[in-house]
Design a protein around this ligand. Sequence first.
Ligand SMILES: NC(=O)c1ccc[n+]([C@@H]2O[C@H](COP(=O)([O-])OP(=O)(O)OC[C@H]3O[C@@H](n4cnc5c(N)ncnc54)[C@H](O)[C@@H]3O)[C@@H](O)[C@H]2O)c1
Ligand SMILES: [Zn+2]
Length: 395
Amino acid sequence: MESTPSPRGVLDKDVSRLDVDGTFSVTWTHRLRFTRNVLDPDNSLIDSLIPAQPRPIRVLSILDSGLVEAQPTLVNQLDRWLTPRAEQLVPAGPPLILPGGEQAKTGWDAFEQTAQAIAKGHVCRQSLVLIFGGGAVLDAAGFAAATSHRGVKVIRLPSTTLAQGDSGVGVKNAINAFGTKNFLGTFAPPHAVVNDTSLLASLDDRHWRGGLSEAVKVSLLKDPDLLQLIEQNTQPLLNRDLQTMEDVLIESARLHLDHIVNGGDPFENEEARPLDLGHWSAHRMEAISEWQLSHGDAVAIGLALDITYATKIGMLPEAKAQRVIECLRALGFLESTPTLDDPDTLLQGLEEFREHLGGQLAVPLVSDIGVATEVDEINMSAMRDSIRDLRETIS
Ligand SMILES: NC(=O)c1ccc[n+]([C@@H]2O[C@H](COP(=O)([O-])OP(=O)(O)OC[C@H]3O[C@@H](n4cnc5c(N)ncnc54)[C@H](O)[C@@H]3O)[C@@H](O)[C@H]2O)c1
Ligand SMILES: [Zn+2]
């Protein structure tokens, strides 16, 4: 009679009693708040998010240099907000200002400065790090905070539309390393995300519209009503009406949060990442342009490309794709870009996406507005045609 082979091979001693699988789960509350003027001394939103402590806690503030340049009174406002709270909150050193934009994530500088400020300021796991900035500063400083003392408490205060409606709401951080975007990073849910929409007033037009392409993306995947809201308000959005932007960002952030909380895979252990519509090419275009193309602008082109492809393979009716392309145009997206000139270089983005997913391609697409689906292979000739068509459409 044949015996079943042991998974350990042949051992001269029975060690199976050492096999112990302990399952545990950790409950996490993902807190997302919207406000205006969070640093008004009377605004108690941040106070309400700090757990009651018997002793004062140390607070390290980190700010994006682009935000500080555009809103020079912010550091004073922070000071004025902290002063009446001196019995509960002790500043852990002067505010740290990190260079804003992709440079924050390129190399170790911002990471090191943050970790050093945490060390010098004696920030511990009971302390609080407040990070004000765009997605890049949130990513770099968030990565340092997540790995210092194996993770200190962070409140993210995203200051771009893209970060308020999308990236800041997530649970990831990263820096670019070894030539690869987001190569080093962790999944580390922040203690809270506070979206102060008054921070958005000083954005340039490109970053003001940035969050709208992610909002269109999530509407295509999950919520036709959000697309309608955006379509009906393209003019106020273009004219920088804050209230309309808030309406869109609240919905976009809510859908992103819902995906993290109820999607069943907050730490992306499964291969599928269904919120990445349009992103395989967007990431590639950002790299080809050497980061001249913003993430928001690249995502808009990536969305237009993927829905053009979806019509070519008969998945999405052409009129629906046209409707989305018109909406993106009306929002100021889809300017002509040399990143579409060479389809082969762009198509390498699919390979990178496959590698990023761990070998098996899973490209999110839509079969209708609000109806997400996923394909595990791409018809290269149809995708090449889609790139050419799109290039003509937007030239
Ligand atoms: N962690 C995630 O899950 C995740 C998801 C998507 C994107 N991201 C990352 O987010 C980054 C893009 O973030 P972003 O679109 O917020 O842009 P950004 O962080 O690159 O900031 C854009 C520019 O705006 C400036 N700025 C920020 N706030 C300002 C304000 N209120 N007024 C004036 N200027 C201001 C910055 O200094 C910078 O120059 C990318 O690095 C991307 O990889 C991260
Ligand atoms: Zn994105």
